[in-house]
Design a protein around this ligand. Structure first.
Ligand code: SF4
Length: 281
């Protein structure tokens, strides 16, 4: 924080907390968030959470002047039946109800909250019901989708494209703004989308190693910097993202970009949801 303050390089710095579940260490999150938001009046905190530990008592610990700059992205994979099949709790509790309760508390306090779902050939089947649900019951009108990432059983490019296509078709019908990591694949079609991981944001792992993003954690060749690095001068995000712009991904990015020509042209530029979902563009 001292470094950021002195250099005054970033106008609106952000801290992003990602899982495991950040709220398992509530004191750490709240202390750091309060200190950061006090110091940087344009700063934002973004917390990726499963929402199950969020309740009113917890959020009362957030200063009221910080509430609109503490942004939650909550994982919810579908309507109750779908989500509970995917997110099974060890003690048999209904994780859907817990997560939705967390979202409702955030909404009741007017704190910004977004939903991210994992998209695959199971969740897509009930996606229309899910969109209807988030609009009518949660008053949420945008949705982030993350294509299922399973290194042992990767989705084919064709399946990824078909899932994305279906999601956009349903989003259009339901008047939902759609976002998600797939949007970064458009970087070669529109440079606004080019991922700047490692340059605009970094990830520090629990063993204090520094990476461009979560995807590279644990891979020695992907460690970016050491503790002496001056974060105000580094500019090497794009080099680690080479892997992300593989030929397959470039092709998928192009197909998605072309998909937007069918009545979805506003998606061809970066929008407000993209800015929330990614610290890299
Ligand atoms: S570096 Fe990370 S955020 Fe950027 S495109 Fe690759 S996986 Fe995505």
């Amino acid at each position: 924080m001292d470094n950021l303050d002195e250099q005054n390089y970033y106008k609106d710095p952000e801290i992003r907390f990602i899982g495991g579940e950040p709220y398992l260490d509530i004191n750490f999150i709240l202390e750091l968030s309060n200190a950061f938001l006090d110091r940087f009046k344009n700063g934002k905190i973004i917390i990726n959470s499963n929402g199950t530990l969020i309740n009113k008592e917890l959020l009362e610990l957030v200063k009221s002047s910080h509430k609109n700059r503490l942004i939650h992205i909550v994982s919810l994979d579908g309507i109750e039946e779908v989500h509970n099949k995917r997110r099974i709790s060890r003690n048999g509790q209904n994780t859907f109800k817990q997560t939705v309760s967390g979202i409702k508390v955030l909404k009741s306090l007017n704190m910004p909250v977004y939903i991210n779902m994992v998209l695959d050939d199971y969740t897509v089947n009930r996606l229309n019901d899910f969109m209807l649900y988030i609009k009518s019951d949660l008053d949420i009108h945008d949705l982030s989708v993350s294509l299922l990432y399973d290194p042992d059983n990767p989705l084919s490019n064709d399946l990824k494209y078909n899932l994305i296509k279906e999601a956009y078709s349903l989003a259009k019908q339901n008047n939902i703004l759609l976002g998600g990591h797939h949007r970064l694949l458009l970087g070669l079609e529109n440079p606004e989308f080019m991922c700047n991981a490692g340059e605009k944001t970094i990830l520090i792992s629990s063993d204090k190693k520094i990476y461009a993003c979560q995807r590279f954690v644990g891979r020695i060749e992907a460690e970016l910097f050491d503790v002496n690095t001056d974060f105000n001068t580094v500019s090497c995000g794009k080099c680690v993202a080479d892997e992300c712009y593989s030929d397959e991904n470039k092709l998928l990015g192009k197909k998605i970009f072309d998909l937007y020509s069918n009545g979805l042209s506003s998606y061809r530029s970066v929008n407000s949801l993209d800015k929330i979902l990614f610290g890299v563009i």
